[in-house]
Design a protein around this ligand. Sequence first.
Ligand code: NOJ
Length: 742
Amino acid sequence: MILLYFAMYSIPNMAQNNSIAQKVDSLLQLMTLEEKVGQMNQYNGFWDVTGPVPENGNAAMKYEHLKKGWVGSMLNVTGVKNVRKLQQLVVEESRLGIPLLFGQDVIHGYKTLSPIPLAEAASWDMAAIEMSARIAAEEASAVGINWTFAPMVDISRDARWGRVMEGGGEDPYLGMHIARARVKGFQGDDLSKNNTIAACAKHFAGYGFVESGKEYNTVDIGTSTLYNTVLTPFKAAVDAGVKTIMNGFNVLNGVPVTGDFRLQREILKEKWGFDGFVISDWASIGELVPHGFAEDLAQAAEIAAKAGSDMDMESSAYVTQLVELVKTGRVNESLVDDAARRILTVKYELGLFDDPYRYCNEKREKEELNRKEHHAAALEMAKKSIVLLKNEGHLLPIKKDQPKIAVIGELANDNNSPLGSWRLSSDNNSAVTVLEGLKKFSGNITYARGPKIFDPNTNFLDEISPNLTDESGLSEAVALAKTSDIVLMVLGEHGFQSGEARSRTKLGLPGLQLKLLQEVYKVNKNVVLVLLNGRPLTLEWEAKNIPAILETWQLGSQAGNAIAAALFGEINPSGKLPMTFPRNVGQIPIYYNHFSTGRPTLEPNVFWSHYSDVQNEPLFPFGFGLSYTTFAYSDLQIDSSDQNNIKVEVTITNTGDWAGEEVVQLYIHDKVASIVRPVKELKGFQKINLAPKASQKVEFHLTEKELGFYNNAYEFVVEPGTFDIMVGTSSQSGLHGSFTLN
Ligand code: NOJ
């Protein structure tokens, strides 16, 4: 054993002055086929499970494989003690002692939780989003993790899909900026530092377009949507240097993406020059069999390896099949070499060959988690993520000396739901509740819970829960509302009602919450609806009747403090929706950047593109969000004299009495093109801060990058013609102009 230990260290040392590529090449020459295939194998740890457990997934076998060097990475093993134990096993007992990668879904924080990604997207603040990912990396790296399965960059137009909470919303341009910011935040400038970790852009590709929003469902979209919408943030992540990409569970246009040669080899690796590695999703190689794309596990491994899936997460397809497939000539060994080379390169870049225990520092583990500064940043991020949807008669902010403030709703007193979904290693029940936050501002608060909204005992099938139709709790809440000056109704979704495998067909407030709200409204009209939710909801009655609505998503550890700060006017809400809110589920998919159709406008007859029972417009459009102040847009100027750099200028004035931030948004419309272009496309945004009555000029530049698009042959083209411009406060309103590209 001592000899082998020495042998392992002699590998990198021998090649100390060489480049990583040379070191990887020398190492590859020492490796057996089994060891190279071993690098392509990832096992789940022995405790946290984030997917179905395979039959052969027993711990004894995994230990055996670790010792043989047949495992390249583990997921869901965390904590310095646990990570060190497995790293040591591999480094000291396997023949070559190649260190493991330790991956986990660190999605919006490790212990200190930031808002869910959809909420962060509502901030439109890239520096804050980058900082939030930085903090997640600081904490995760302190417990032994060197790789996160984030950011999820799937664009989605369907709020029925529970995973919209994990992404940046519906728009590829905003999504592209968020992808970059999060990759930079996780990976930092130097991956070999002990506080930076490899990022993983997922799920490549199209998962956000699952039919009918049903989890794991089929995806069937056209090339134009694939190239111009779905792939955009992935390309941005690759350009930002993301080290890994995860494929997905879904079929895309007839081909399961895990086995998609064109996507992974042709587009990602060849066209984009991605030099990191691709990991499958949990068991998605094995799932090529039930998809009907492979006959058995051997063929599944063959297809996936050929298509460019480099590492197998938890389906044991590679570790059990690939050696034989190479020996019998079904898979060329050069493909195994290529995959192993990519994986080893990332390990070198992370500095694991210099020190396999780089991320196993007990002191850091003690000091880094839940640091005060991390919570301060999470609070800032949470404040920036809040969106004011309605504020009739300036009901908000609440005056602190208001004598009787009623707070109603189970979620107001819930310290778990604000943490949202996807927070594997955080402490349960660790969020500041809305009630706790509010009580720091006012002593005049009385609380009533109202009916229950969620029953964890039904395996997320709320329909079958008797608790959710139990009306007890209603009368107490209504009685409280009756005797109060103002009522804060804290309603929405339980933290686990969104996330993976939490698709819903009804997007109204779950359980009896709408009834509760309506009963309260009958006795008191001064109602503020404070929403806690992981996805857009359908709120037609609420938007029509309730005078003030504040969208607070699931804001993480500091949720209650941020919400109270917004309600009492300590901050001025500045978030803008990253996803359209439909009027009803029948409007879905609904998104601002749709095509025109041949019959777009109201006709005196019935033959135009519309529904008979609901208007076309959404309830709240993409980019929408109010403020306690108001902003006026004026003086739009477009200078197209330099055709390679069109300059757009606009003046924004704060016309109200509050200082406030505004996200100034620029949209283009390419009026006539060789493939039809969306009626509007976001192509620029800037967040500015204005004192009352102050004005600021904002300047945008449009170059080929913004004006071009991918045609159906996946060529980027810029076509001459007229472009309409809109600069405004949301995707629905602003100043209009146009210019011509010659
Ligand atoms: C399945 C999810 O789709 C993926 O995003 C996640 O990273 C893996 N499980 C691992 O937990």
